[in-house]
Ligand binder design. Structure first.
Ligand SMILES: [Zn+2]
Length: 204
């Protein structure tokens, strides 16, 4: 849902698993704000350098210029006071300070649009998204398509072995899975025959 009227501040969150179109939806909303002649600034975490250093890019190759930050607090220095709409992509990588910053921005009349993963590779709520969901005026949950059975998918399945919470990557490292097919952590290797190189699993 877009909030289309008013000049008060608010927080909109778009969340879901990888490959569910979160960045695309964020970019769509930011573009609409630009069409409405609002001043827009976009931020993304420094570790999300998968596609481009100074743009947010969706899996379907929608792009928008963005500024790279390590911590949400940097926004306070980088923000042009005239900016009306502030976008955050990959917000789950921006740390707990994003909650306070988003609240401050919204309280001061800014429209804050946030996209991020709502759960991690073990299926656990991914901070700071749960708090942002509680504080937001508008929430959109995007679903992907399960790569094993074709049902709507809410999980991000990690396909490579790692105990790290954050492994940055895309094709070949993760895929979307539904509740039934999701295997928290790393799937057994015998299930991965479909994950061999050459098969494009991430076109949805
Ligand atoms: Zn499934």
């Amino acid at each position: 849902m877009d909030i289309v009227t008013g000049n008060i501040g608010w927080i909109e969150v778009v969340c879901g698993p990888m490959f569910s179109g979160k960045s695309e939806e964020l970019i769509r909303r930011l573009r609409r704000a630009k069409i409405a002649r609002k001043r827009v600034q976009v931020f993304k975490p420094v570790l999300d350098d998968r596609y481009s250093a100074d743009e947010i890019v969706s899996h379907s190759d929608c792009r928008m210029p963005s500024q790279v930050i390590k911590d949400a607090r940097e926004v306070l220095n980088l923000l042009d006071w005239r900016t009306q709409v502030i976008g955050f992509d990959e917000a789950n990588f921006l740390g707990p300070n994003l909650v306070e910053i988003a609240q401050q921005l919204a309280d001061s009349g800014k429209q804050v649009l946030i996209a991020g993963l709502d759960t991690d590779y073990l299926g656990r709520p991914f901070p700071p998204m749960p708090e942002l969901l509680a504080l937001a005026e508008s929430i959109t949950k995007t679903l992907a398509i399960c790569m094993r059975c074709g049902n709507p998918a809410k999980h991000t399945q990690r396909l490579v072995e790692s105990e790290e919470l954050i492994v940055v990557g895309a094709t070949g490292m993760y895929e979307a899975r539904c509740r039934r097919c999701f295997e928290p952590g790393i799937p057994k290797q015998e299930y991965l025959e479909f994950a061999k190189p050459g098969r494009d699993r991430h076109t949805v």
